[in-house]
Design a protein around this ligand. Structure first.
Ligand code: OGA
Ligand code: NM2
Ligand code: ZN
Ligand code: ZN
Length: 408
């Protein structure tokens, strides 16, 4: 996925039909051999009958596929740089050498592809590391420069936190930034939402209270991936600062210090819920969300890829066996308190026009309480973007930068 060094181009020196294994064996110009199963080759035919060139997708239906198919003949065409296969019914498939080279089944390529799918690697941080390297990007540059956009997306994926600076002081900026990075994710609080002290608040965030470290909206199954908070009017004087901590980093501390609690929090669910009414211009929108998650979610390799913690919306039903109740509280408290340790969290007070952008499945965030005065009230506009959209934009922008002729 990186736009780094140009990758090598594959050439086939020799193509052999290996009936014993049921594969076409290609000897590459570097001497390596790549084996391609017959059924995969038939399934992957790129002719106009089997593949739609503008939809970039397979037309061949699986009911048309014979899993036991054996080719009639196999040959290499070095001039066209293609491997040509004729099937028993006379159908001919032509595969460009390099196209096959990039789709090998070798353990090495399977491993590389996994890494590529994962995108930029995760960089864990504590307070000192983030204070030293907090990424700040200028609003106009982010909107106007493709390589700045790519760097910003990269940073969001790797560190999960950045600030967009010098944005206009008005509502609507969150939507504009979201459109540059992906697009907004609708929730029952709206496409975007205003975080300020409100009468009869339907969420603790809509008061001037201190918000302890949390991640937003764990009462969804598909938790919003990225959060944006645009500061339109900051509280003057003490209060209103944001607290920020890398829960992936802290999860590793817990894994080391209390493997028992790490295991418990990776296995046992915590229930979250959100019940209420969101007032919209011409209608009241009722909501009642309930969802369970484990505190730590890990990928196939055991790396933490989602943390769930939100005290205000943690349900009063704890659906674990009696004996696990106290250990669960120990775990939840350890996660929060370790994030809150002086060396693990950082403080950032947004200036008017700043937008905090962070991974909402990773960056525990909170704010210090503030006072509302008759002539001022702290006002933020917030919004979410799903990770699918961010990663999608990162790939398309990387492609555009790699192939400038495709730039629009
Ligand atoms: C929130 C939140 C932070 C702030 O609304 O969920 O974390 O600075 N707000 O008000
Ligand atoms: N808001 C800001 O998860 C939460 O309930 C946190 C979400 C109301 C959209 C606040
Ligand atoms: Zn075909
Ligand atoms: Zn929040």
């Amino acid at each position: 996925m990186s736009a780094g060094a140009p990758r090598p181009v594959w050439h086939v020196e020799q193509a052999a039909d290996n009936r014993d294994v049921g594969s076409v064996d290609l000897t590459w110009n570097n001497g390596d051999v790549g084996q391609f199963p017959y059924v995969w080759l038939r399934d992957s035919c790129l002719c106009p009958g089997c593949y739609h060139p503008s939809a970039l997708s397979r037309k061949l239906r699986i009911d048309q596929l014979d899993v036991g198919i054996v080719p009639r003949s196999v040959r290499n065409d070095p001039d066209a740089q293609e491997v040509v296969i004729t099937w028993p019914d006379g159908h001919v498939s032509r595969f460009p050498h390099d196209w096959l080279g990039q789709r090998q089944f070798t353990p090495q390529q399977l491993k590389e592809r996994k890494k590529e799918q994962a995108g930029p690697r995760t960089v864990l941080w504590d307070r000192a590391a983030m204070e030293h390297s907090l990424f700040k990007v200028d609003y106009k540059e982010l909107l106007g420069d493709l390589s700045v956009l790519r760097e910003t997306l990269h940073r969001l994926i790797s560190h999960g936190l950045l600030v967009v600076r010098n944005t206009p002081i008005r509502f609507g900026v969150v939507e504009e930034i979201a459109s540059r990075l992906g697009h907004t994710r609708m929730t029952h609080y709206g496409k975007t939402f205003r975080v300020m002290s409100k009468l009869d608040a339907n969420n603790l965030a809509y008061t001037s209270e201190t918000l302890s470290l949390h991640l937003d909206q764990p009462y969804y199954e598909y938790i919003p991936g990225v959060q944006m908070l645009h500061c339109i009017s900051q509280h003057v004087g003490s209060g209103g600062e944001n607290t920020l901590a890398d829960s992936f980093y802290v999860a590793e501390l817990i894994r080391q210090q209390r493997p028992d609690l790490f295991k418990l929090m990776s296995a046992m669910p915590v229930e979250f819920d959100d019940v209420g009414v969101e007032k919209e211009e011409d209608q009241d929108c009722r909501f009642h969300k309930v969802q369970e998650h484990t505190v730590f979610r890990t990928d196939g390799e055991g790396n933490v890829n989602q943390v769930c913690f939100n005290n205000p919306t943690r349900s009063y039903r704890l659906n674990v066996p009696f004996d696990l109740v106290k250990p669960m509280y120990e775990g939840l408290k350890m996660l929060h308190d370790l994030c809150m340790e002086k060396e693990n969290h950082m403080l950032y007070k947004m200036a008017d026009g700043d937008v905090l952008v962070f991974n909402n499945r990773r960056v525990m965030h909170g704010r210090r309480g503030y006072t509302v005065t008759s002539d001022s009230t702290r006002t933020l506009e917030g919004g979410y973007i799903d990770w699918d959209e961010i990663l999608c934009r990162y790939r398309t922008v990387s492609d555009l930068l790699r192939r400038p002729s495709m730039r629009r």
